[in-house]
Design a protein around this ligand. Structure first.
Ligand code: AMP
Ligand code: ZN
Length: 168
């Protein structure tokens, strides 16, 4: 059997965890990533939304009713790594989804949470945006009710300059 170079490269990429999408775009699927498995249909999910770049489904350990995860279909671990087009896709989709959460659950608010790195308790290493509605009569969400304590304003100013300098 002889394969054209294009077919060979495409098969090699699939075998090594790269998926070539219908549009010809190369998208990474990681073998040991649970969310990539959901994207590939190998593991079920409670899907609520899908488009070319994005999938959204309900969290199976919900912090509150309607706790939703919005993910890029292409694997990226975190905000440092995600492609801008996928990031935009996730956040534009989240605007549609938050509207549906409002219509369905009438929450008093929705927290958007996104963790980057094991140090802040990221467990699934595939970028995901949590949309966590708070029910009208539910207690405050832990991630949205911290105490405000004034910081050292001079230290904050110095740090702002330092970070801004790094941004060019
Ligand atoms: P974190 O990485 O800490 O931001 O959170 C990962 C989230 O993924 C947790 O809230 C889990 O409950 C959720 N999760 C893990 N596996 C699944 C799954 N198969 N379907 C839906 N949600 C999941
Ligand atoms: Zn993944």
């Amino acid at each position: 059997m002889s394969l054209s170079p294009e077919t060979f490269i495409s098969l090699w990429k699939e075998l090594h965890g790269f998926k070539v999408s219908e549009s010809g775009e190369k998208e990474v699927l990681m073998e040991d990533c649970i969310f990539c498995k959901i994207v590939a249909g190998q593991i079920p999910c409670f899907k609520i939304y899908e488009d070319q770049k994005v999938l959204a489904f309900l969290d199976i350990n919900p912090v509150s009713e309607g706790h939703t995860l919005v993910i890029p279909k292409a694997h990226a671990e975190n905000l440092w790594e995600i492609r801008e087009e996928d990031l935009a896709g996730v956040h534009v989709a989240s605007k549609k989804i938050i509207r549906a959460l409002k219509d369905t659950l009438n929450p008093s608010g929705v927290a958007c949470l996104q963790l980057n790195g094991r140090g802040v308790n990221q467990v699934v290493m595939h970028y995901h945006l949590h949309l966590i509605p708070r029910g009208e009569k539910s207690p405050p969400l832990p991630m949205s009710s911290w105490d405000l304590k004034p910081g050292d304003q001079e230290a904050i100013a110095r740090l702002a300059e330092k970070i801004a300098a790094g941004l060019g």
